[in-house]
Design a protein around this ligand. Sequence first.
Ligand code: G4F
Length: 321
Amino acid sequence: MSKTALIVGVAGQDGSYLSELLLSKGYNVHGIVRRNSVSENQDSRIRGMGITTHYGDILDTPSLIRIFREVNPDEVYNLGAQSHVRISFDIPEFTIKTNGLGVLNILEACRALGNPNLKIYQASSSEMFGNTVDDDNYQRKSTPMNPTSPYGCAKVLGYNLVRHYRTAYNMHACNGILFNHESPRRGTNFVTNKIIKGAVEIKKGLRNELALGNLEAYRDWGHSKDYVRAMHLILNAEKPDDWVVATGQSRSIRDMCEVTFNLLGMDYKDYVTTDAKYMRPHELNYLRGDSSEIREKLGWKPEYTFESMVGEMVNHWMEKL
Ligand code: G4F
């Protein structure tokens, strides 16, 4: 009999790729979407895919209880969040509630189902580490968490709640500590797609410059398609646990500009400016994840390289614009 998955936050980048993956594996896929005043924006990434959507919100416990009862899932993926770190400084209370208490609501809705075989995946984040790096310049599960944003603080709460429910109630609840992951479906206010879309617009004569914030931060960037494969592996490992998913390579925002503009035959220095409004009150300077555990124990490895990912995103915008 085919399994049923319920994806909270299905309308985002990861939700859309995860839906495709699970459908290809024969799952019945259900997803929770939040109401949006522009209805086209509600499901633009998942329209026509063949999944069943439900209106709900992780801050609306009655909606969760109703949907969880109706769907009776085998696997729950919580990808629902206020996912923008910079914006979390502007709306800290909403971010803490959504990304922290929202996880509690999901765990309680799962517990209320009373199914001992239910598996729960929580989208935890490398933002939880803040500026802590081990002596070998990597972050891993044992690296102390010192978040540098309301987003990161809330994610630490969610992470700990999952670990707590796993122990206290013997639930199959897992954290994937995912480092940055991108794709053509990434929101254009995240730095990769902002740079790539902006560079293509410049190439096509649609604008003259691109204003960014801190160019000296480093990120470990992978592709969302590779990372949703990791989510499914994590949930279906024999025992529930917490796992780091990363490429192990770190590049600066400046490198991202250089690679992108070079691909388009331009020099980023002629077009990129900086604007204080994109700086953060507290920056996370450097991310580089050690994913050796998931590679060795679950056989995960990324298929995309940094260059193939950027190339795919550039081609996407060249065709679209
Ligand atoms: O693309 P970003 O906004 O991603 P950030 O803050 O690293 O967060 C992403 O990754 C996390 C995992 O580590 C996720 F948990 C989170 O949900 C999200 O997916 O910014 C990346 C870097 C930052 O250092 C930022 O200061 O780019 C720098 N940056 C420079 N100029 C900019 C800009 N970021 C944005 N968004 N816009 C700019 O103009």
